[in-house]
Design a binder for this molecule. Structure first.
Ligand code: FAD
Length: 477
């Protein structure tokens, strides 16, 4: 059956990209978004003249001519002003030791050798691996063509050599006690992440394939929504889809929470696979494999709490990310912590009034902790306030006077994310690694003309989800 009209559930990266590529392919597409703005997780919010960014640390595809950049061009997100902070991050101890992860490999090598001459051999191997990764990007495999797979194969020996190491096991190889601790934390403080991901991102930052879009995540998402509208697409905001309509084993449209039905020849869902299968399809198409893949809900939420401050303080000379060791472990929210993971947005003056800055602390957490608190709104609010005050006290030695400089603060928790994006507890299906590299959308057994796209369906970050949206249009077309 020829597909002409496509209903898209959600204006996240996957949904917006599906919309743009659908319009470019001559389809009539309509996006139904429950929030009042586009972007989903790729978002930001403003408070009293400050923009608190909820997403991008590193955006892949900032270098002209790469496959990911070309995808952004098609999506209307490039060209744009891009910012390239001179370091990946900085790690500091309370007794004044500092590791700056320069996005300049000569500088980084000299700095590491200075800190730990006894680790000379390991440092040189690490820098050699970074240089090898400068010619290649994992995200280009997701967004590009078979040529990128060929490049991936050429990179295979280095990737395999480093593939078995996590940041923690890599760091454990250093003899110097400071680097043994600090090196584990330099990729978003994700100590269990594969070193290969770190090599990819740091090498990408060195050659400016990775950067930050000036104005932040929401402005980036908005530019794709604008392109979609310019191509004749339609977005309905505050339009929560309640059900996917299915007739004779084929998706035939959507029903909104207000009861209206919108017919279509195919549906692309940017809601999570869990929500799509359980809620929007009423659990009717769950086979044993799918049931098993949802059997173990994930409680851990990486970077689940954002404690943001708008400060009457110039942060333009600070590193753009900082892992700050604490003198003694402290209980914050659901666990004891010995360091804080900070983002400092002084590198983008558009995010704060002149001479002022935004500082954010990210905390890993669990859904269960916040959903339990959320049952009692007063306790939930009090915990957010207590958390912001405790974090400020911990920041004081590094940023003297900070408590008096706070003009506005905000604490976003996993409940905030769930409210605005529908990404909630236990919603992750089992990882689909093959789907991730190929940015392959997820089909639903028993329903033709339906594809699920997005991070929980295996999309890797912003480019991976966008590429999945593009591929979903081909799959339903
Ligand atoms: C803290 C943080 C930092 C990150 N940093 C980076 C980074 O530096 N680089 C990077 O590449 N990626 C980063 N990511 C990941 C990136 O944000 C996500 O991979 C990507 O934005 C997810 O897109 P998605 O397609 O899954 O859609 P989502 O963001 O999940 O959006 C889905 C949309 O669908 C809507 N929706 C859901 N259900 C319904 C319904 N029933 N009816 C109508 N609408 C509905 C939601 O409101 C939402 O707008 C980060 C994520 C987080 C949380």
């Amino acid at each position: 059956m020829p597909v002409r009209r496509v209903a898209i559930i959600g204006a996240g990266m996957g949904g917006l990209a599906a919309g743009v590529y659908g319009q470019l392919g001559g389809l009539e597409t309509t996006v139904f978004e429950m929030h009042d703005k586009p972007g989903g997780l790729c978002t930001a919010w403003t408070r009293q003249g400050y923009t608190f960014d909820g997403c991008i640390h590193h955006l892949a595809g900032c270098r002209e001519g790469t496959p990911t950049y070309r995808m952004w061009e098609e999506l209307g997100a490039m060209p744009r002003d891009l910012l390239f902070p001179p370091e990946l991050t900085q790690a500091e101890t309370p007794d004044g030791k500092v590791l700056t992860v320069h996005a300049d490999l000569d500088r980084l090598e000299a700095h590491l050798l200075d800190l730990a001459p006894e680790d000379r051999r390991l440092i040189r191997r690490y820098i050699r691996a970074l240089r090898a990764f400068t010619g290649f990007d994992l995200f280009d495999v997701m967004t590009g063509s078979w040529r990128e797979w060929a490049r991936l194969l050429r990179q295979a020996p280095t990737a395999i050599r480093w593939g078995r190491l996590t940041m923690r096991t890599f760091a454990a190889r250093f003899r110097d006690p400071f680097l043994r601790q600090a090196m584990a934390t330099i990729q978003y403080d994700w100590t269990d992440t594969p070193v290969v991901l770190h090599l990819n991102i740091l090498a990408g930052s060195v050659v400016r394939r990775y950067g930050f879009p000036a104005g932040g995540s929401l402005r980036f998402a908005q530019s794709i929504a604008d392109r979609y509208l310019a191509l004749g697409g339609e977005i309905h905001y505050r339009a929560r889809v309640e059900a996917i309509l299915v007739e004779n084993g084929r998706a035939t449209g959507v029903r909104l929470a207000d009861g209206t039905e919108h017919g279509a020849d195919a549906v692309i869902s940017n809601a999570t696979p869990h929500a799509t299968l359980h809620r929007l399809l009423g659990g009717k198409y769950l086979d044993d494999r799918l049931r098993a893949s949802f059997a173990r809900p994930q409680d851990e939420v990486v970077m689940g709490v954002h404690v943001s401050f708008g400060l009457a303080r110039d942060l333009s000379r600070e590193p753009h990310a900082l892992v700050l060791g604490l003198p003694t472990p402290v209980e914050l929210a659901d666990r004891v912590r010995d360091r804080l993971d900070l983002e400092l947005f002084g590198f983008d003056p558009s995010l704060a009034p002149p001479g002022k800055g935004v500082l954010k602390v990210l905390l890993d957490t669990t859904w269960s902790y916040w959903s339990e608190l959320g049952r009692d709104r007063a306790r939930y609010r009090a915990e957010k306030e207590r958390l912001a005050e405790a974090v400020l006290r911990l920041l004081e030695p590094r940023f003297p006077g900070i408590a008096g400089q706070v003009e506005v603060w905000d604490v976003a928790t996993p409940l905030t994310t769930e409210r605005y994006t529908g990404v909630g507890p236990g919603f992750a299906a089992k990882p689909r690694w093959g789907a991730m590299l190929g940015a392959r959308p997820m089909a639903v057994p028993g329903v033709k003309g339906l594809q699920v796209v997005g991070q929980s369906a295996g999309g890797a970050g912003i480019p991976g989800c966008a590429a999945m949206g593009r591929n979903a249009v081909r799959a339903v077309g």
